[in-house]
Write a protein that binds this ligand. Structure first.
Ligand SMILES: [Zn+2]
Length: 394
């Protein structure tokens, strides 16, 4: 995904905002409908059914009909895709979009002539109802653009991102295998011993953000000062997000290129992020601590990294069961709770092997082995089972 700064005129910006609010409206309707659905109430409406509902709604509501049907339909499709990602376990359940925070819409079926270069630094893209909108030519637009997404960040800047399905990144062809343990302290530990960390806001920047957030809390509602501080906070958040995205792209490409088989822990991110609050009957324990952990999980972008690895290394990413990876010795296979000397250090009580705990876990994951659904593991697995993974160690 390559992102460019969009420079709409004031009039065009109004039209784009209208598209954003339409997309948000339709998206939120889908979320609401999804939330009301209960098993036994018949089939959940799919994309086609929802498009029919949209046609009906447009006939009844002139203001809705006034918006772009392409943008509105695409919001339904985006929601359907988000639900699919939720079921696949790579993303959280789609939630409400809020005005000013999640502003964006997608345009599909882009034709080759819909993007054209103007001069050295500028090009323009055709957007429904808005016509040709200029954007900064910061790097070449990839050929064969299939769709694009227009977004407005919290600092009020517009961007356009052109989507092309990434070409698979070829592996080295040596059978080289890597295990990746996704942690909180370190974003990812590789079985090679490498530690990868998502670059967030570093020391002075993090301190500045905290100061700004305190300032914001003290500023009077509706004041100029508050607006200024809010814009500064928004800019820092945008910086943090773009660094994380950049890291995800570079890291996934690097790993896909260096290794043929990529094994990751099959963590239920959804379960981990969901459980914090608990229910009224069974309130969660350590809610504050877990909420903090959840923020870290979201920040380190586990789901995003695995998703990109699967895009770039299709069929080469294997998920290994998460049980015991933190307690198993990667040298001798001994499993014991006592093996974990501390959060950071692994020390095997059977063979004395000592290692960074995350790297040890990554090595256990690397040794995990996938059982093919069709072939089965020749030794003891029956044929035609669901894809399963077993650990080789011990
Ligand atoms: Zn051992």
């Amino acid at each position: 995904m390559s992102r460019y700064r969009l420079e709409p005129t004031r009039e065009q910006a109004g039209i784009l905002l209208r598209h954003c609010s339409d997309a948000r409206y339709v998206w939120n309707l889908c979320v609401e409908q999804q939330g009301e659905w209960r098993p036994g109430r018949g089939k959940m409406p799919g994309f086609a059914e929802r498009c029919r509902q949209l046609t009906g709604a447009r006939a009844d509501n002139p203001w809705l009909a006034d918006g772009s049907v392409t943008v509105q339909q695409q919001a339904i499709k985006d929601h359907a895709q988000a639900m699919a990602s939720f079921f696949a376990g790579t993303h959280q359940r789609p939630t409400w979009r809020k005005a000013g925070r999640h502003e964006g819409f997608r345009v599909v079926a882009v034709k080759p002539g819909d993007v054209r270069r103007l001069n050295r630094n500028h090009a323009e893209v055709k957007i429904p109802k808005a016509g040709w909108v200029r954007f900064r030519w910061s790097r070449p637009v990839p050929p064969d653009v299939k769709s694009f997404r227009v977004t407005r960040d919290r600092a009020g800047r517009w961007h356009v991102a052109f989507a092309v399905i990434p070409d698979p990144v070829p592996g080295p062809g040596t059978g080289e295998t890597v295990g990746i343990d996704r942690g909180v302290k370190v974003s990812a530990a590789l079985s090679t011993g490498e530690m990868l960390t998502v670059p967030g806001l570093a020391g002075p920047e993090a301190a500045r953000l905290l100061r700004l957030q305190r300032k914001l809390a003290r500023a009077k509602r509706g004041s100029d000062r508050r607006r200024d501080v809010k814009a500064q906070v928004a800019r820092m958040k945008v910086r943090e997000t773009s660094r994380r995205k950049d890291w995800t792209e570079k890291t996934s490409t690097g790993i896909a290129r260096r290794f043929d088989v990529i094994r990751v822990e099959d963590l239920d991110i959804r379960g981990m992020t969901r459980s914090a609050k608990g229910t009224i009957e069974a309130p969660g324990k350590n809610v504050a601590a877990k909420a903090g952990l959840n923020r870290e999980i979201a920040k380190s972008g586990w789901g995003a990294l695995v998703k990109r690895l699967e895009d770039k290394a299709p069929g080469r990413v294997q998920k290994v069961p998460a049980a015991y990876t933190s307690q198993r010795c990667s040298a001798c296979g001994h499993v014991a709770r006592e093996n974990r000397e501390s959060q950071a250090v692994f020390l095997c009580t059977a063979c004395g092997y000592a290692c960074n705990a995350d790297v040890n876990a990554a090595r256990v994951i690397a040794a995990g082995h996938a059982v093919n659904a069709r072939g089965g593991d020749a030794v003891r697995r029956p044929v035609n089972r669901e894809p399963q993974l077993a650990l080789l160690a011990s």
